[in-house]
Design a protein around this ligand. Structure first.
Ligand code: SF4
Length: 147
């Protein structure tokens, strides 16, 4: 099979992707819009079911995407540079998978061809979570289903 027969995410590096290709890698799982705790000694990441107040859990979209960095300084914009050490992202995140040289899962819309396959596979988590305004202590909201 010629290299050009492979989909773009297999034949291009992350740095070579067009803006449209880059954006299409996000499967909309919303996992990265949820708070996580980190053990600074081990770099172990503990996910919570507490989502950022800017996330609309019904649509799974940020309600102020263009200003999110100003309004939420901890919100990390994913770039090839930050993906050099992506341990803090969910293990199913397409950006992390490709940065680590692993394939996209079958339920990723680019693979399945079905925009609903993330939801069907139970990977879209935003309707099962709680807003930071209502959550209280993050330590009370640790989950292991999110990743
Ligand atoms: S974890 Fe990755 S794939 Fe999921 S919403 Fe965030 S950037 Fe997109």
């Amino acid at each position: 099979m010629a290299d050009t027969d492979n989909p773009f995410w297999q034949r291009k590096s992350l740095r070579e992707l067009s803006r449209q290709e880059w954006e299409s890698l996000c499967d909309g799982c919303t996992k990265c819009c949820h708070y996580r705790l980190e053990d600074v000694d081990t770099r172990a990441i503990y996910f919570t079911n507490v989502h950022c107040r800017l996330l609309d859990p019904e649509t799974g979209r940020c309600t102020d995407y263009s200003h999110r960095s100003e309004r939420v300084p901890d919100c990390v914009t994913i770039t090839p540079e930050v993906l050099e050490d992506p341990y803090w992202l969910p293990r199913t995140c397409a950006y992390r998978l490709l940065a680590e040289g692993r394939p996209l899962p079958r339920w990723h819309p680019l693979v399945s061809g079905d925009p609903l396959s993330v939801e069907t596979a139970g990977q879209r988590v935003c309707r099962r979570t709680i807003c930071e305004d209502d959550a209280g202590e993050l330590e009370q909201h640790l989950v292991d289903w999110i990743d």
